[in-house]
Design a binder for this molecule. Structure first.
Ligand code: NAD
Length: 252
């Protein structure tokens, strides 16, 4: 499938995990891919696997408005347009409200929510011109609560509802805004989970396994493509069926 020939796509947090898989997926489908993130070593590693004329690394901290403005300006200077923004960069921090440092709490909210606001704010004028779209990487933690992850859940819940509100505001102007809500996906973000914890997820996931980054990338590409031309404001679970449950235990 080549659905994005010469479309210009910005992917934040493109140096690892779902962002890396998404960059590769868009590149395989013909897109010009801007790899944005803080760690240029990781970004250059991904870049080296893509076609060099159709990719660019831009060091970006999504929490910093100047840095995000530069990401957008540099993209337009190089490629003349922006067609798709994938707001993927994110952080996890463990801890309920009373058991998280102020620094970590602020970083989670600044990255996961303000980061999406910042990137959307600076990219939108260009997306309005190109009739492009935004795909946010939220989480099933934005659709319901987790134990011991209040700030993460709050940040992702904010992205879920921002997705709906922006879909309303910009749909009539030709810009669609959607989100994926992954469940457990094997990336560096979940490397801290031990075997026992990973196994305990299987009792909740109807497909009985965690997701792979490429499976989320495929859903992001779908939402960004013309195949999803009548889809606007959805938060699509990509979770192996975890949220199909109402939460009651399996006693069968
Ligand atoms: N892995 C999962 O189980 C899972 C589940 C639901 C949602 N998600 C979401 O998927 C997205 C990608 O996470 P991942 O699982 O691939 O983990 P990851 O840690 O591999 O990727 C996150 C990326 O974001 C980058 N990043 C962090 N702060 C940044 C900042 N201020 N500016 C720019 N880049 C920054 C990191 O360097 C990293 O490359 C995140 O938004 C995460 O919340 C992941």
């Amino acid at each position: 499938m080549i659905r994005f020939e010469d479309k210009v796509v910005i992917i934040t947090g493109a140096g690892s995990g779902i962002g890396e898989a998404t960059a590769k997926r868009f590149s395989q489908e013909g897109a010009i891919v801007v790899l944005a993130g803080r760690d240029t070593d990781k970004l250059h590693c991904v870049f080296s696997e893509l076609s060099s004329e159709k990719a660019l690394v831009i060091q970006t901290d999504v929490t910093d408005r100047e840095s995000v403005k530069n990401m957008v300006d540099e993209t337009v200077r190089h490629f003349g347009r922006i067609d798709i923004l994938v707001n993927n960069a994110g952080l996890y921090a463990v801890g309920d409200l009373l058991n998280i440092s102020e620094e970590e709490a602020n970083a989670v909210l600044a990255t996961n929510f303000n980061g999406v606001l910042n990137c959307s704010y600076f990219a939108l004028p260009h997306l309005l011109k190109s009739k492009g779209c935004i795909v946010n990487n939220a989480s099933i933690s934005g659709l319901g609560g987790d134990w011991g992850g209040a700030h993460y859940c709050a940040s992702k819940g904010a992205v879920v509802n921002l997705t709906r509100a922006m879909a309303l505001d910009y749909g009539s102007q030709g810009v669609r805004v959607n989100a994926v809500c992954p469940g457990l996906v094997l990336t560096p973000m979940v490397a801290r989970l031990d075997e026992e914890t990973l196994e305990s997820f299987d009792s909740r996931i109807s497909l009985k396994r965690p997701g792979q980054p490429s499976e989320v990338a495929a859903a992001i590409a779908f939402l960004a493509s013309e195949d999803a031309s009548f889809i606007n404001g959805v938060n699509l679970p990509v979770d192996g069926g975890l949220t199909a449950s109402n939460g009651q235990p399996n006693f069968n």
